[in-house]
Design a protein around this ligand. Structure first.
Ligand code: ZN
Length: 113
């Protein structure tokens, strides 16, 4: 499962952060998941439930914020609706994905004892 390896990489990062701050536990993890990131939020959550046991994030609450896919023109920066267009209606420039292909660790809360 694709999501499982994502979660493992995430938990490793969370673990490193937590140890840096000498935390005894991670209480919450907030993620931003892009629409176009190829990640299924429910599978990600299921993988998280499996992978976290025995880690500092064992009791962490996982929240996910979905980031809608959006595009913009590479030349003039005009925002464009998702899907379809490969060039900018204003200047004819090439379009690029502006948001929605990311998985970000936005915030985590630590318990330090
Ligand atoms: Zn343009």
């Amino acid at each position: 499962m694709h999501e499982y390896s994502i979660v493992q990489a995430l938990l490793e990062r969370v673990d490193v952060e937590a140890r840096c701050h000498e935390a005894s536990a991670v209480t919450s993890i907030a993620l931003a998941v892009g629409d176009a990131a190829g990640i299924e939020p429910e599978l990600l959550r299921a993988a998280f439930e499996l992978a976290r046991s025995g880690t500092l994030a064992e009791r962490a609450e996982l929240t996910m914020r979905l980031v809608p896919e959006s595009w913009r023109c590479r030349s003039c920066g005009a925002p464009l609706p998702a899907g379809g267009r490969l060039c900018c209606p204003a200047c004819g420039g090439a379009v690029e994905l502006a948001a929605g292909d990311e998985l970000l660790l936005e915030r985590m809360e630590l318990e330090v004892t």
